[in-house]
Design a protein around this ligand. Structure first.
Ligand SMILES: Cc1cc2nc3c(=O)[nH]c(=O)nc-3n(C[C@H](O)[C@H](O)[C@H](O)COP(=O)(O)O)c2cc1C
Length: 191
């Protein structure tokens, strides 16, 4: 089994990536393969509402030339998907939103192709707005008919400067338990 994570932070290997790696550590203990795609430095435009994905039904976004179709292929191939974002103005980053809008529309136009995959949100935050970011990501999973495991708290870690989240012991623990629950759920769903 495989879990692919998309880190929508503008900072490569920042707090969001650290949190994702905590989840990965537990998945890997259970023999689940992991891969993280970091969107930092990528130019990703939003959905153009062209509707071609509903017509073409080729599991691709008609907007070519950026990383999104590669991300969609990785989502389809995976058993579990992590969407991770830092909190920007009490919501997810523009890159994360563009990925959601385009992959979500392609999925809906192609027989709900993400249906019954396991999904988890991971959120980094300095101070406030992370619950809203968490909700935004979970809205995508839920309308895609995906299944969501929980943890001991909503999936967030607190920190501002790169690496600061390492000091949020509860946040790190939340991610590790999320990883344990995600592994448990993946095994149930895939028996
Ligand atoms: C444009 C921008 C907007 C931000 N907005 C918020 C916010 O609304 N609330 C908050 O607590 N932190 C906010 N932050 C701080 C980040 O969420 C925080 O530094 C986070 O740890 C960054 O994660 P990263 O290292 O993965 O990029 C913002 C940062 C940036 C660059």
């Amino acid at each position: 089994m495989k879990v692919v994570a998309f880190n929508g932070s503008a900072r490569k290997d920042g707090n969001t990536a650290i949190l994702v790696r905590q989840v990965f550590s537990e998945l890997e203990k259970e023999g689940i393969e992991t891969e993280m795609i970091q969107l930092a430095g990528q130019t990703i435009r939003g959905c153009t509402a062209c509707g071609q994905c509903y017509k073409n039904k080729n599991r691709r976004c008609a907007v070519e030339g950026d990383i999104v179709n590669e991300c969609i292929e990785k989502m389809v191939a995976a058993d579990g998907i992590i969407l991770a974002s830092p909190t920007y103005f009490a919501d997810l980053t523009s890159e994360t939103k563009a990925l959601i809008d385009r992959s979500g529309y392609v999925a809906r136009g192609n027989d709900d192709m993400l249906k019954r995959k396991v999904g988890a949100a991971v959120v980094a935050v300095r101070r406030a707005g992370s619950v809203h970011t968490f909700d935004s990501i979970n809205h995508f999973f839920l309308i895609s008919q995906m299944i969501i495991p929980g943890s001991i708290y909503w999936n967030m870690g607190i920190g501002r400067a790169k690496g600061e989240v390492e000091q949020d012991e509860e946040g790190l623990r939340t991610m590790r338990i999320l990883g344990q629950n995600m592994a448990w759920l993946l095994k149930k769903v895939n028996t």
